[in-house]
Design a protein around this ligand. Sequence first.
Ligand SMILES: *Cc1c(COP(=O)(O)O)cnc(C)c1O
Length: 417
Amino acid sequence: MSSFDDMSKFAPATRGVLAGRRAGWTGTPEHPGAVVNPAVWRASTHLYPDMAALRAHPANTDGNFYYGRRGGPTQWALAEALTQLEPGAAKSGGGTVLYSSGVAAIAGVLLTVLRPGDVLLMTDNAYEPSRVMGRGLLKDFGVETRWFDPTDLAAFEAACCERTRAVLLESPGSLTMEVQDVPALAAAARARGIVSVLDNTWASSLGFAALEHGVDIAVMSLTKHVSGHSDCMMGSASAGEEWYRKLRLRAQGMGTVVSPDDASLMLRGLRTMKLRLEAETASALAIAQWLQGRSEVARVLCPMLPGSPGHDLWRRDFTGGCGLFSFVLNGGTSAARDALIDALDLFGIGYSWGGFESLATPVDPASIRTASAWPLHGMEPGDRFGVRLSIGLEDTADLIADLDRALSVWAAHGGAA
Ligand SMILES: *Cc1c(COP(=O)(O)O)cnc(C)c1O
């Protein structure tokens, strides 16, 4: 186990075990690689052996000690591991920048790419804080954001103009889970000199190789799948050489640094991410299928489920799924939906997702969207009360029994079925 240099020859499962474990970061000079995991290097000050070394100014790359704001071995190990799991970044001499949260990663990327006077195009099913960024932070810095229908390539092309500098994609999108034709959108953007940024939190690099599908910058909220244990927040952006360098400098200029303790937690989560995602995907698909057969449910919005919006694109482009999907109740009222969610014993009520524990939240995108309709095309106008489930690692049959009981409560509270 002396060198993991040529990581690309290994399958993702193997890379997930080996990635980031440089011998110098997992041992001492006398015993390199002596322990499995990188230590938690808590350091602001880095010491130089002599003045000549201080004056030599180490190159500004991960792996060179300089000062705590440039990170240390624990953060470098996490960044390197994420790069090694993103084939497009690992191959092109690119890399990964870490941010204090997923939202900080999106802000850090957009503030690197955009300049005053630019137009940003944003998919209409983007994560709500991304939309808020368009209306607030970016507007204040002179950037105009315009939204487009996530599944309409022609609408995207029609929305492009001279001033369009970047597009923010998210696939499947938040709440409504439409899958975008990311390769086509990224290619259309590139043909016009527009930078494509993908919020790839849902699939992670294991489920969708963003850069290899033509995306310029892939963002993840590590808070979700990489942590996997609902105890830590962080974000990342991975890119090829040119954008990686620019993202890194902008992040450093903004004073961005993550804690080594958190980086260590993220590395711990990363090692089991593939297994968790596979288990959650299988359980979510079984639950989605069960919900699809229920009269109380009008529509299941789950890309892994045949017949769901975006399923064909998901099959074409993705190598995996996750436990997050939504379903829409067959009519009813907002109060009946509240009663349903309150009746669930095994699902916590809370934002976030991707942890080992199941969660449920209401889905009400109508007031958020501006460029596409809710209910979605093909749905009845009254079928608009959605529920988003994040399926964790509980037993699938137990979760189904919990949902079964909660659907009866929904019916008793005036649900239509
Ligand atoms: C949660 C989430 C984010 C933000 O991540 P934080 O780490 O919570 O800041 C970004 N995008 C999507 C799709 C998310 O679900």
